[in-house]
Design a protein around this ligand. Structure first.
Ligand code: VGL
Ligand code: ZN
Length: 200
């Protein structure tokens, strides 16, 4: 890779780190565990260190459901109860080193409304625009649901997306769902990166 391209991967003003749904219920032992979901945490901590050291903003989305949310099986939805507001399962992974300045974006927070994308019925786009953000470094859980939806919306809204290929994991209800999601995101214009390229 040439030097110009490499420099381009260094986080700079206009960039944010957007961490998607790294919550206990999506980790091993949680009610909607993503296989090897815990593996994203130490890698995200490395991205976090880089962003914090450079005084760059960090955003974190969270699935934030009321009890009896429409996406739960008892209500006819596809999922076991997960990320219920105020429960331990809805908390961010304890080992995730979010800075105090991190902006928390809650989604799917009413019974009748589900949202995989961090942009869906939130003020995320408004806030990013107000802060002159043009480029999003996106990682977290799960590749084939909330990461995919968030990346689709980000690209549609005109942001550049750097997909943290080493800091995402998939539910993979059908084998290959995660890989297909990744292919779709790259096809739509996201660029896959790893922390070594950013730290270089
Ligand atoms: C998610 C399933 C249900 C996610 C959220 O964060 O990817 N997946 N709710
Ligand atoms: Zn959910």
């Amino acid at each position: 890779m040439n030097k110009a391209n490499q420099n381009d991967l260094q986080p700079q003003p206009g960039d944010v780190l957007l961490i998607v749904d790294v919550q206990n219920d999506f980790l091993p032992g949680g009610s909607l565990a993503v296989p090897r979901g815990d593996e994203v945490v130490p890698v995200l901590n490395r991205y976090l260190n880089i962003f914090v050291a450079n005084n760059l903003p960090v955003y974190a989305t969270r699935d934030w459901h009321p009890e009896r949310h429409c996406s739960f099986k008892a209500q006819g939805g596809p999922w076991p109860p997960h990320c219920v507001q105020g429960t331990r399962g809805a908390e961010f992974a304890a080992a995730l080193q979010l800075p105090p300045s991190a902006v928390i974006v809650s989604k799917a927070a009413t019974v009748e409304q589900d949202a995989y994308s961090g942009f869906h019925v939130t003020d995320l786009d408004e806030r990013l625009r107000a802060a002159n953000i043009r480029r999003l470094f996106i990682g977290g859980l799960a590749t084939d649901y909330c990461v995919l939806s968030t990346v689709r919306d980000a690209l549609r809204l005109g942001y550049r997306v750097l997909l943290l290929g080493d800091a995402i994991r998939a539910v993979d209800i059908q084998p290959g769902d995660g890989l297909r999601a990744e292919q779709e995101m790259l096809g739509l214009g996201a660029q896959r990166i790893t922390v070594e390229e950013v730290a270089a």
